[in-house]
Design a protein around this ligand. Structure first.
Ligand code: TTP
Length: 393
């Protein structure tokens, strides 16, 4: 069965990290987010991956090429991001027979997707504490009986996770009218399918919709925890690597460094001397973490530098970021409340007591900069020496 992977979205809630990188290409452990979606499709037996691209399409095309883990890959282009039904429609000429659809920015557990792919017309659900934020699925006598988008009074706690197996005829039903929020949504296609077919609900063991910056941290927490210890790089005898630490070939760990796993140092990363890398940290390709730096539960994307005397906790640093000596990140409020950040102009809770900052590509802080918890720095933002940053810029 072919698997359609939706990866054309603009990822506006993930800005500034998606200013020039499509969300599906953000790093989650040792590969892009969308590669994890592709992995579960391949492991579930997909015969072909049809990846729908649009926003910043070339990086996705280049990453996959025409084959992924032995499975052929084709691309469909969605010209404007007009909604998920429209995205599947862009792929429909490439489809033949029943087909699966997965969101290219969601993490699914592999076993459940295998069950989904083997279940005929089917839809994957996940039980959530706050169903009003999702499409909500009703089930009756073991069959999906309804789907309703973000209801004020949710009939169940089963969220729609954007993973489906559609019957072949659903290809003819993709041209749905615009919804209230101005998109052509797959929910309307699903409604028609459940009217005419028996659709099996498949409950996922684990699921994460990666839409906002702290969810990128959660995605990394998930996949870093699955790493087995592997030391292929150059590690000083005077460094201490505890637990599941991966040091890829071409990465360097200098004397006096302590690394608590799970942690991943990608090729070209250099750490130390005398640095402390704590669990849940991803250091991307060619990242440099230097003398007297402590970095904890953070994602540092390729080519960034945290060279001297810094603390970085629970943060996401984009590509080519440079933190000046003595830059420190606050990741906890004194009142102990969950840290809030601004997403698309709205203040929202991260649901995390500990959250640091988000820095877009090319951010440069000056020496002794203090960054307050929840601050978002746009791509290319700078600070002045000794500055305390409490508002986004
Ligand atoms: P969303 O998360 O709704 O959209 P997005 O990824 O663009 O993010 P944001 O809301 O922050 O702007 O999309 C769900 C999935 O569908 C995701 O994998 C992207 C994909 N998608 C498309 O491929 N085309 C589209 O037109 C839309 C809206 C989404």
């Amino acid at each position: 069965m072919q698997a359609v992977i939706l990866a054309a979205g603009q990822g506006t809630r993930m800005r500034p990290l998606t200013e020039s990188l499509p969300k599906p290409m953000l790093p989650v452990a040792d590969r892009p987010l969308v590669a994890h979606t592709a992995d579960v499709a391949v492991e579930a037996g997909a015969s072909e991956l049809v990846i729908v691209v649009g926003y910043e399409a070339d990086t996705i095309r280049t990453y996959f090429g025409d084959e992924y883990r032995g499975v052929p890959v084709t691309f469909a282009r969605q010209e404007t991001q007009a909604g998920t039904a429209d995205a599947v429609r862009a792929a429909s000429d490439s489809l033949d027979g029943p087909f699966a659809v997965l969101n290219g920015d969601n993490l699914y557990d592999s076993d459940s997707i295998e069950t989904l792919f083997g279940s005929g017309p089917a839809l994957a659900t996940y039980r959530v504490a706050n169903p009003s934020n999702y499409g909500v699925i009703s089930v009756d006598s073991g069959r999906v009986s309804g789907i309703v988008e973000k209801p004020a009074h949710p009939p169940t706690d089963r969220a729609n996770t954007g993973a489906y197996v559609f019957p072949e005829t659903a290809r003819e039903w993709l041209d749905v009218p615009e919804s209230e929020r101005g998109e052509h949504e797959i929910t309307d296609v699903v409604s028609r399918v459940i009217e005419q077919f028996d659709v099996t609900p498949v409950e996922l063991d684990r699921w994460l919709d990666v839409g906002r910056p702290w969810e990128l941290l959660e995605a990394n927490e998930w996949h870093l925890a699955e790493l087995d210890r592997r030391i292929a790089g150059d590690v000083s005898d005077d460094a201490e690597l505890r637990g599941p630490v991966v040091v890829e070939a071409g990465a360097t760990v200098e004397p006096g460094v302590v690394i608590d796993g799970p942690a991943l140092l990608r090729s070209g990363a250099t750490v130390g001397p005398n640095a402390y890398v704590r669990s849940g940290t991803l250091l991307g390709e060619n990242v440099h973490v230097g003398q007297s730096v402590e970095i904890k539960n953070s994602v540092v994307m390729a080519d960034s530098n945290v060279p001297h005397l810094s603390y970085v906790g629970d943060s996401v640093l984009g590509r080519d970021v440079n933190l000046g000596a003595g830059t420190n990140v606050a990741n906890l409020r004194h009142d102990g409340a969950d840290v809030r950040i601004t997403v698309k102009g709205e203040r929202v809770s991260t649901g995390r007591r500990k959250f640091g900052v988000v820095a877009g590509d090319g951010v440069k802080t000056a020496i002794n900069t203090s960054l307050n918890a929840g601050v978002v720095l746009s791509a290319g933002a700078t600070t002045t020496p000794g500055e305390t940053v409490t508002r986004d810029r």
